[in-house]
Design a protein around this ligand. Sequence first.
Ligand SMILES: [Zn+2]
Length: 238
Amino acid sequence: MKVIEPKQVCGRLTVQCRSGSASNGDALWECLCICGNTKVVRAANLRSGDTVSCGCFRKEQTAKLAQPFAALAATKHGHARREGKRTPTYNTWQHVISRCTDPSSDRWRWYGAVGVQVSERWKVFENFLMDMGERPSDTTLGRFGDVGNYEMGNCAWMTKQQQLYTRRANEKANVDSSTGVKGVGWDKSRKLFRAQIRINGKNMSLGRFITIGEAEQAYQKAKESMLLCLREADSMLP
Ligand SMILES: [Zn+2]
């Protein structure tokens, strides 16, 4: 058994001097912590390593663990955690924020990357909740025409059908009159077919191709990837 003696270092504590005995006979030692506090500790606790600081170490660890949840715990709306689960409205809001502001989000390329923004007001959940109300079941947050920013006046809780309708209207605008093929246009100056996909009301180039088939294939591939992404986004919603 390790003997406790002055100047011994136990974690953040340095043993100073004997400070009597506990009622059960355990030796008590006065220790100096690196933070400047002194603390009287039982010899047994110093030996076992149960006590390694004046209490500052545990406080720091607890704070570190609590950090990611601190923002949620501090919310007054109660949406962040209701019965330990996030509410549908809160989930939707968080997805919107992440796809528009986080380049590491797998949906970023269809949103943030093409300039879809969240209004400053909606970066605060309480404001979003106040403007949109609670999310009705079987709906997701849609933008009118599937274009523009996430902001008051451009969004509504939409059913799947409403979402499809608004996306279809957007796709109709993507048929190029020069080829009659969806997603494929003719680049007159370069004499090549160009594939493009319509996102956020703008045409995003997918490259230029010698044959119309290649261009169409590029468009279909991008579209599948986009739809898969949108389906995943929807299916994630409870
Ligand atoms: Zn301390």
